[in-house]
Write a protein that binds this ligand. Structure first.
Ligand code: THU
Length: 160
């Protein structure tokens, strides 16, 4: 038997002001999008903004449903819309922010497993990594150079 080690690298910024200006702007749009979250059940508001290579920015927020599993996360709302509206564009960067109505979200909120799987599909589709930045409402911002760091050993079309 052999041991297989998988390494993931992420970066941490102390706060949003420490990130490049382009990311501050993208995160600001994610914050704006977060305000449009429809989250009456979880009270957890998430916003995501995507920068495309055609200069367009697509944002989304979580949209919940009384039938809980019918709702959708912010990241997938945004990335599916980007895929639907600009199918030929390459997604370069993604900013994610989350804020709870119950307490101050002061640590970075990473995309859930289902969103990671969905974002991974777009990295495969466009054959280019997506830079991902995520934070809570305040505090540290984490950066991953690719979704692959967040979903090591993922399932993709090469497994079919
Ligand atoms: N949520 C997101 O929008 N993105 C994530 O990656 C994690 C969870 C949403 C789904 C649900 O509306 C609420 O946050 C609580 O799980």
């Amino acid at each position: 038997m052999k041991e297989v080690k998988i390494e993931s690298k992420l970066y941490v910024f102390d706060n949003i002001e420490d990130t490049p200006e382009e990311i501050q702007n993208l995160m600001q749009l994610a914050i704006e999008a977060r305000k449009n979250a429809y989250a009456p059940y979880s009270k957890f508001h998430v916003g995501a903004a995507l920068l495309l290579d055609n200069g367009e920015i697509i944002s989304g927020s979580n949209q919940e449903n009384a039938s809980y599993p019918s709702g959708l996360c912010a990241e997938r709302t945004a990335i599916f819309y980007a895929g639907a509206k600009y199918p030929k564009a390459t997604i370069l960067k993604m900013a994610i922010t989350a804020a709870s109505q119950n307490q101050k979200t002061n640590k970075p909120i990473p995309p859930c497993g289902a969103c990671r799987q969905s974002i991974a599909e777009y990295e495969s589709k466009q054959d280019k990594a997506i830079e991902i930045y995520f934070m809570g409402e305040i505090g540290h911002v984490m950066k991953s150079n690719s979704l692959a760091n967040l979903l090591p050993f993922g399932f993709d079309s090469s497994n079919l």
